[in-house]
Design a protein around this ligand. Structure first.
Ligand SMILES: NC(=O)c1ccc[n+]([C@@H]2O[C@H](COP(=O)([O-])OP(=O)(O)OC[C@H]3O[C@@H](n4cnc5c(N)ncnc54)[C@H](OP(=O)(O)O)[C@@H]3O)[C@@H](O)[C@H]2O)c1
Length: 247
């Protein structure tokens, strides 16, 4: 009998922890990364890097590699690959689970933030003050229209080009409240623009902003794919995989 293989669509800390836990249980795992970052943190086990070529390409990959189950543990804002995964798994007959960390909507400070539906609305809501922008490289184009006296953008890797007058800082967390307070103070930040990534690794900026009276603009998550079962924690995903591969 062939060994069941689980495909983890990754690029997140949760995906790496899941790969580690399944590997330690003796489950064969392939982790998939998009290839956006030149020097990614790699999970244990087999890793493949790069897009599949849409839902059809992913369905083909699932069949060729005889994947027994797929866990979509990509970032909550990676909506395209999640939609592809749903279509591909339906076409290839592979069970699919979404693993997505809870968002910050229930955070004790959430009621003090300005929530918006997308990055365009965030740009409109943030006009005027000195800005710290933490929504990621792929969103920079949307914010080029930002009318602000100062913009500091925080990225995992240096950007090849930034709008005139912007500054960048590179780091990848996790962060501390003290470190975030220092950053906000050093650059006299008045507005923090972020998205509802959730989790604890990047949450300290929200606490720091509250301490310093910095206005916070938060982009809501895109809707999750309907019909795909979802869990919020790695142990639940491990349980789901174990049930699938022993069924
Ligand atoms: N969006 C964020 O804020 C964010 C933050 C942290 C980490 N990440 C990670 O960075 C990756 C890219 O994010 P994104 O927002 O650009 O995604 P996206 O918009 O949903 O995906 C764009 C395309 O990138 C490819 N892709 C995405 N994730 C992939 C994966 N894990 N393995 C193989 N191909 C993948 C797919 O190409 P094909 O159509 O060719 O298959 C997909 O259509 C994701 O894996 C995500 O977990 C994203």
């Amino acid at each position: 009998m062939r060994t069941p293989t689980v495909l983890i669509l990754g690029g997140t800390a949760e995906a790496r922890v899941l790969a580690d836990e399944l590997d330690s249980l003796g489950v064969a795992v392939i982790s998939s990364l998009a290839g956006r970052v030149a020097d990614p943190k790699l999970p244990v086990g087999a890793v493949r890097i790069g897009g599949f070529g849409g839902a059809d390409g992913l369905a083909d990959y699932l069949r060729r590699h005889r994947i027994s189950a797929v866990v979509d543990a990509t970032h909550p804002f990676a909506a395209t690959i999640s939609a592809s995964a749903a279509r591909a798994c339906a076409a290839a007959g592979a069970p699919l689970l979404r693993l997505a960390r809870p968002g910050w909507a229930a955070h004790p400070l959430a009621g003090t933030w300005h929530w918006v539906d997308d990055h365009d609305a965030a740009a409109a809501a943030a006009q005027g003050g000195r800005v710290l922008l933490t929504t990621g490289r792929s969103t920079l184009g949307v914010f080029a229209c930002l009318r602000a006296p100062f913009v500091l953008v925080r990225l995992v890797e240096p950007a090849s080009a930034l709008p005139d007058g912007w500054s960048a800082v590179t780091s990848r967390g996790p962060y501390t409240v003290a470190g975030e307070v220092a950053l906000l103070r050093e650059h006299r930040i008045e507005v923090l623009i972020t998205k509802d990534s959730g989790g604890s690794m990047t949450e300290p900026k929200l606490v720091a902003a509250d301490q310093l009276g910095v206005r916070v603009v938060v982009v809501r998550r895109p809707p999750s794919v309907t019909g795909v079962p979802s869990v919020a924690a790695v142990p639940d995903a491990v349980g789901w995989v174990r049930r699938r591969i022993t069924a």
